[in-house]
Every structure is written in C-alpha cells, then in structure tokens.
Design a protein around this ligand. Structure first.
Ligand code: GLV
Ligand code: MN
Ligand code: MN
Length: 445
C-alpha cells in the first residue's frame, strides 16, 4: 500500500449524516404512531421489500449517484456503488504512445473487492444491524475516490437483498455466489406468497434471482463491518473484533398435526392437541442444547396455531425452529437428536409430525489473509482487537467458498441487537469504518 494511504481516514461527519438520514427511513416508536421525533425509540422496521425497505434502497441509490459513483444492480436486487479500477487506464492516458484503453472493458476483466452489508431489518429491529456496514462501505469508496487514489481492483459497496431472512435469508449474497436454488425459492422460510409479492414489488422474479450469479474469478474478496450483537467486546474492553468464523444456521418448519375439537366438551384425555407436541418439543430441545451442546444455540421464534381460537383444541401448530453451531459435525449430531425428539413428542401426544427443511447454511471460516490485514489495520490505527466467532449469520457465509471473506465487529452496548435497544458508540463505528478502509487499501491497491 502506498505510504500516503496509511494516513487516509474516512469522513466521520459525512458518514454520520448519511447514517442518521437512513435511520429515519422506517423509524419505529413514535414514527409508527405519528408522534414527535424525540419519542422515537431508535429502531427501524424495514423487512425485506416492505415500503420502508424499498424507500431505503432508493435512498441508497440516490446517495451513490450524488457521490458520483456508478450505481449497479442485479437480478437479485442487490444494489451497489461501484468504483472501477483506473490503474492501467490512467497509465495509458499518460503514456507517450497515446494508446486508447477501454476503461469499461478493463473494469470488466478486473476482479472486484466487495464491501458491504444489508439495508433490510428484522421486524422492529435496530438501526445499526446491516445499515452501519453499508454506510461504512459507501464512505470508504467516497474517501478513496476523493483522495484520487487508483485502486488495482474494482471496489464495490453492496447492499445485499434479504440478509435477515424475512423471505429466504442471505438471499442476495447466495444468488450472487451462485448458491441459490430453484427449490429454495419454491419453499422459502417466509412463505412463497410473501416472496412472490415482495419480488413483484421490487421488480424481480425467480428467473432474475437465479441469473445474478457472478463468476469466482470476478471476485477478489468480501469485507464487512458489523456490530457485534453480543457482549464479548464490551466485557473485554476491546475496540474491534476480527471474525475468525461465522456459525452455521439450519432452519426447519416442524408441523405438529392433531385434531380440532370442542375445547369445553372434549375430555382432556380424548384430545389430540397439537400444542402439546410443539410445547414439549420446545422445552426438550432447550434442555438438549443446554446439557449436551454448549457451543450451540437454538431458537423457536414462532408458533402458528390453527384454527387458532380460545375454544378450539389446536389441530395444527407450525413451529419455526433454527439452531446454530460453529462446527459441522456437532451440527449433524444435534440435527439428528432434535428431529428424533420431535418425533417422540409427536408420538407421545398422538400427533402426526411433518418436517420441512428451510435452509442449511454451513459454518464458514474467514480468510486468514484478510484476518491478518484487519489486524494490521487495527495496529496501524492503535486499536485493540480480539478474534471472535460470530453467533449471528452474515452474507459472508454465502461468499466464503468462492472468495476470501473477512469481517470487522464493533462493540454493541449491552450486547443488544434485533431490538430498538441496539446501540454502538459513534466513535466505535468510526473506528470500524477506518479499519475497513485500511484493510480495503491493503487488499485493493
Ligand atoms: C441475522 O442477523 C441472523 O443472525 O439471524
Ligand atoms: Mn446484520
Ligand atoms: Mn440481523
């Protein structure tokens, strides 16, 4: 990296102004009830392809164009700012032969270093999750462009579609990496109807989604800044986390099927109550993980009862289950034990069990080379750092087997996330963005 780049820093005021503007889009609390801005709770509600999410995407596009960067989009609805390499083009302009080089062709044959995150949120989530990484990526490109540097690689600041899994999960990044399958789009975790409606609103389709794959050769790597979403950095008093691995996530819909009956006149012992299988499974699964799988976590995030009335014995309960592990073998073991337990509980209460697998994201290792670059960046900036395993899922998981991936974490106050309570000190956000910038310069110049 040229010496002058060592001292380059992002513009914190410009990034803050952009971050604050973005945080207004889909702001929750008073924003939902029409009260004063001061009563907002600091959260955002931008589920994939909701009105607020589409507005945030349009806002991002406007920012890119105002910054004089190229706007790119693809069939999966990923939006990005693009800063093409100009090394050879600039050299050619200065050369005595006056050779004309087609800079567009040059950009197309040069690998791209991606930087980014996502602008969608979980329902009533926080304003930092994803948004910080996209704003920092954009700010890095603006800083490099403004400094007149000539990157050896193309640089691209990307907002990936549906990272959170309102519809599918890691959707844009899986499509870009070529991992998205037709079958996944037919039975997405958010339901096919919701996916079809969302894609229609965004002008996308199954076909366009499946056409967004990029070649391995076109990608030089992927870097993402994100809030930690846990307490480890805060507890250790560390400035930066350098992610060594991202846990895998498997999700299922478990459907317990019993029989609807009158809730008053049916004897307790005569009922085929689907809620019993669902509840007993949930408690049992928690016990299994806590006793035998200390590195894993499990969540039942939703139960849907049908017909769903006070006075009808539940005929069907759909359980939304996901579990996470950093270790593939442990995953296989836990998976087998959990499904066995679901079968036992169904049997115990005379129920039928249907199992739908809704996604298997494997644990991913981050690139050693990028981890070193991130550590060097922290050292240059005088920031303390620790290696961390990410318990949250991230788009880097989709990309890790087609290009080197690295992630930078900044501390989350109280570890809060997926909640309006999510907060990171602005100084930490700026530190993280400067680490991203320095690492991008090391890898991209
Ligand atoms: C995304 O934030 C996830 O980990 O579910
Ligand atoms: Mn996120
Ligand atoms: Mn999230």
């Amino acid at each position: 990296m040229p010496d002058a780049s060592n001292s380059l820093r992002i513009n914190p005021d410009r990034m803050l102004a952009a971050f604050n503007e973005l945080s207004q889009i889909g702001a929750t609390g008073a924003a939902l009830t029409g009260e004063a801005v001061s009563k907002r709770d600091g959260g955002v509600n931008r589920p994939t392809f909701s009105e607020a999410h589409l507005a945030a995407r349009q806002w991002f596009r406007d920012q890119i164009e105002k910054a004089g960067l190229e706007f790119h989009t693809d069939g999966a609805g990923n939006h990005s700012a693009f800063l093409a390499t100009n090394v050879i083009a600039s050299e050619a302009k200065q050369s005595s032969t006056g050779l004309e080089i087609d800079s567009r062709r040059l950009a197309m044959t040069t690998p791209t270093l991606l930087l980014g995150s996502h602008l969608d949120s979980v329902p009533n989530g926080g304003r930092f999750d994803g948004a910080l990484g996209v704003m920092a990526a954009l700010e890095v490109l603006r800083t490099i462009k403004e400094a007149g540097l000539r990157p050896r690689l193309n640089l691209e600041a990307i907002d990936f579609t549906d990272e959170e899994g309102t519809l599918v999960g890691l959707l844009g990044s899986a499509a870009l990496a070529g991992h998205l399958r037709h079958e996944t789009l037919q039975n997405p975790r958010g339901g096919r109807e919701a996916l079809l409606e969302g894609m229609k609103r965004a002008g996308l389709s199954d076909e366009s989604m499946l056409s967004a794959a990029r070649s391995k050769d076109s990608l030089a790597g992927y870097l993402e800044l994100h809030i930690e979403q846990g307490r480890r950095l805060e507890r250790a008093g560390m400035d930066i986390g350098i992610v060594s691995a991202i846990v895998g996530i498997w999700s299922y819909r478990l459907i317990f099927i019993g029989r609807a009956d009158h809730a008053g006149s049916t004897m307790m012992e005569d009922r085929l109550d689907a809620s019993l299988g669902a509840s007993a499974f949930t408690l049992g699964a928690r016990e299994i993980v806590m006793q035998d799988f200390p590195n894993c976590v499990l969540n039942v995030g939703k139960m849907e009862f049908a017909p769903g009335a006070f006075n009808i014995v539940p005929a069907r309960v759909d359980v939304s289950l996901e579990f996470r592990s950093p270790d593939e073998d442990e995953f296989q073991q836990l998976d087998r034990i959990l499904l066995e337990r679901a079968k036992q509980e169904a049997l115990r209460f005379g129920l039928e069990l249907r199992v739908e697998s809704l996604g298997r994201h494997s644990p991913s290792l981050m690139s050693e080379r990028i981890q070193h670059a991130l550590a060097d960046a922290c050292n240059n900036l005088g920031l303390s750092h620790d290696p961390l395993i990410s318990g949250a899922g991230h788009d880097g998981q989709s990309l890790a087997d087609i290009c080197p991936v690295g992630m930078v974490f900044v501390p989350s106050v109280d570890g809060a996330s997926h909640s309006p309570r999510e907060f990171t000190e602005w100084e930490d956000c700026v530190n993280g963005a400067n680490v991203l910038l320095q690492a991008a310069l090391m890898l991209g110049m």
